[in-house]
Design a protein around this ligand. Sequence first.
Ligand code: RB5
Length: 149
Amino acid sequence: MIVLGSDHAGFPLKEEIKEYLKSKGIDCTDVGCFTPESCDYAISAQKACDKIISGECELGILCCGTGVGISIAANKVKGIRACSCSDYFSAKYTRMHNDANVLCLGARVLGSGLAIEMVDVFLNTEFEGGRHQRRVDEITAIENGEKLY
Ligand code: RB5
C-alpha cells in the first residue's frame, strides 16, 4: 500500500499521481488534503508518515509546492527517510542507496510527466543494501541521538 499526501500547492499533482496509481492497479491511500484550499504541509506529512511507521503502508509520495517543506516535516518522523527530488536519477538512487521510504515532489517545480516517471522508478526500485546499509544505519544512529565520531 502506498500513502499519498499533500498541501494545497501539491494537491493537483497528488491527484494526478493518485489517478496514475489507480490506472496501474496500485493500491494507495490518500491522507489529504482533499481540496485546493490553503492548508499546512506538516499535517499531511505526519499523517502519511505515521502510516508508514505503523506498517500500514510501505512507501509514501508527498507533494507540496517545492517538495521541500513537506520533506523537512516528513524527516522529523522517526524512521522516515524522505527525499525531495526534482530529477529521475535521484528518485531512483534514493531508493537504491538511501532506502528512502518517502518521495517528495514539488508541484510548482515539476511537470506531471516527469513527476509520474519519478514515482514509477521510486516505487519499482529496490534498496541495494551492502555498504549502503551501514550508511543508512548511521542515519538511524543520528536519529537516536548517537554520536558517529
Ligand atoms: C505553500 O505556499 C508552499 O510554501 C508549500 O507548498 C511548500 O512549497 C513549502 O515548502
